[in-house]
Write a protein that binds this ligand. Structure first.
Ligand code: GDP
Ligand code: IMO
Ligand code: MG
Length: 454
């Protein structure tokens, strides 16, 4: 609604290039095109899939840059529901190439299951459009088993992970004994040797871990041939695309409050799901980042454990859970629900530099007579002006709320701002004023068409 903010940076390389070779590499306008990024601004499940699907109609390439199949992104098109875990949600658009970047961790059997499932629902021609980085790390089944064993070991301190093997795979990557897609497609003897070393290292930590190494290797020999046609060096590919002026969209998975550095550590995932993950997970320099869209659910949800200052453990929380169908796409766990938290959003806006917001699920608040919004936190009776980095401090803060009257009417069919009830417009205005970021889209239903574009 506000004037468009901009973090667009000029591309300092273009005006000084004169040689024919250099000219030939650039788009006709002489400037590299900028990528548009969609990021989760809360604890995940904000509706990123729907936003990406909507924006993908105008994109040439949609990329995932981090995370794995811990993500669950739903897209509803003409009543048909697609869910994506590893595949970029833009894959539905038949014009779009889909890149799974180097920062993603890939469970290969899961990827093929996902493709088959969505193909049965109508996904077409993906074989010509899917591109997988040879640098992406492989999630093995034993990584998933280890995820479960680590959770068991933590007992009451468990994190509530998705048990998709995400933490153990990124651990292998950081320990530098992980295996990449490129390893699988190279010398299979070397791959086998590294695989055995990796299994042995985990078996030393978890003697109960059983892996039939020979059977697994046989299975992976088959996967190597299945995945080979889609694997590429994606950094050059993406840079060429930007030089040709192609429109590239990046789909963040998970969300800022689950980021390994900025989230509620240790109740986080194991990747950078904030803006930095776009650069490291695709090989795109920060100067190529254009619009950064923060996806904000009109209230807050969280799956898994960890502090949640605005959580509602009462009938209103239950109502949001039920009306919002707040059940995890990946794990089928009920999502915890609470009021919108502007302290969280101010913090994630600071880290991610949103240029605009997409506010989703406004329609879920339609029946409430009063709505609260947390505008800041207090600790020991005093308002604090920073976002606590420790979970023990965050679990002690008290939310300071501003109360608003609800609008008690159905917004589902609304397609323009002026048709929204006055109190709904006040709600949006409050968010924009506190964050000083314009809301560009408002979601009023799950379908692709259920959006108010401002
Ligand atoms: P993601 O992980 O961020 O892509 O979000 P999920 O797909 O896990 O969860 C969001 C859920 O809300 C999905 O079931 C969407 O279909 C649904 N959804 C998205 N936007 C809206 C909206 O504006 N209104 C309603 N009622 N549902 C929405
Ligand atoms: P999307 O992309 C919501 C949460 C898990 C757990 C923590 C760590 O659909 O928004 P992990 O398996 O990653 O080690 O789990 O992170 N989590 C998510 N919660 N949406 C997600 O993704 C999530 N991805 C991870 O529930 O609390
Ligand atoms: Mg989700």
């Amino acid at each position: 609604m506000q004037q468009q903010h901009s973090n667009q940076q000029t591309n300092g390389t273009c005006t000084t290039l004169t040689s024919p070779r250099k000219k030939q590499r650039m788009s006709s306008s002489g400037a590299l095109s900028k990528v548009t990024v969609v990021l989760g601004a809360q604890w995940g499940d904000e509706g990123k899939g729907k936003v990406v699907d909507m924006l993908a109609t105008d994109a040439d390439i949609v990329c995932r840059c981090q995370g794995g199949n811990n993500a669950g992104h739903t897209v509803v098109v003409d009543g048909a529901e697609f869910d994506f875990h590893l595949l970029p949600s833009g894959i539905i658009n038949p014009r779009c190439k889909s890149v799974i970047g180097n920062g993603v961790v890939i469970h290969i059997p899961g990827l093929f299951e996902e493709l088959e499932k969505n193909e049965a629902k109508g996904l077409k021609d993906w074989k010509e459009r899917l591109i997988i980085s040879d640098r992406a790390h492989i999630v093995f089944d034993f990584h998933q088993q280890v995820d479960g064993l680590q959770e068991l070991e933590k007992g009451t301190q468990s994190l509530g992970t998705t048990k998709k093997g995400i933490g153990p795979t990124y651990s292998s990557k950081a320990a530098r004994n992980g295996l990449r897609i490129g390893d699988l497609l190279g010398d299979f003897d070397k791959f086998s040797e590294k695989f055995k070393t990796l299994v042995t290292s985990y078996q030393k930590m978890f003697p109960a871990l059983h892996v039939d190494v020979e059977q697994e290797l046989e299975r992976y020999k088959g996967f190597a041939e299945r995945i080979r046609p889609y694997v590429k060096e994606t950094v050059q590919y993406l840079h060429n695309a930007l030089q040709e002026g192609k429109k590239v969209l990046v789909e963040g998975a998970n969300a800022a409050m689950l980021d390994i550095d900025f989230g509620t550590y240790p109740y986080v995932t194991s990747s950078n799901c904030s803006i930095g993950g776009v650069s490291t997970g695709l090989g795109l320099p920060p100067s190529t980042i254009g619009e950064v869209i923060g996806v904000v659910k009109a209230y807050t949800t969280r799956v898994g454990d960890g502090p949640f200052p605005t959580e509602l453990l009462d009938a209103t929380g239950e109502l949001l859970q039920k009306r919002g169908h707040e059940v995890g796409v990946t794990t089928k766990r009920k999502r915890r629900c609470g009021w919108l938290d502007l302290a969280v959003l101010k913090f994630t806006a600071m880290v991610n530099g949103y240029t605009s917001l997409c506010l989703t699920k406004l329609d879920i608040l339609d029946t409430l007579s009063e709505i609260k919004v947390c505008i800041a936190y207090q600790l020991n009776g005093k308002e604090i002006n920073y976002f606590p980095s420790s979970t023990s401090e965050l679990s002690k803060v008290e939310a300071i709320y501003e109360k608003l009257d609800g609008w008690s009417s159905n917004t589902e069919g609304v397609r323009s701002l002026d048709k929204l009830p006055t109190n709904a417009r006040k709600y949006i205005q409050l968010i924009e004023e506190h964050l000083n970021i314009p809301v560009k889209w408002i979601g009023v239903g799950a379908g692709r068409e259920s959006v108010i574009a401002l």
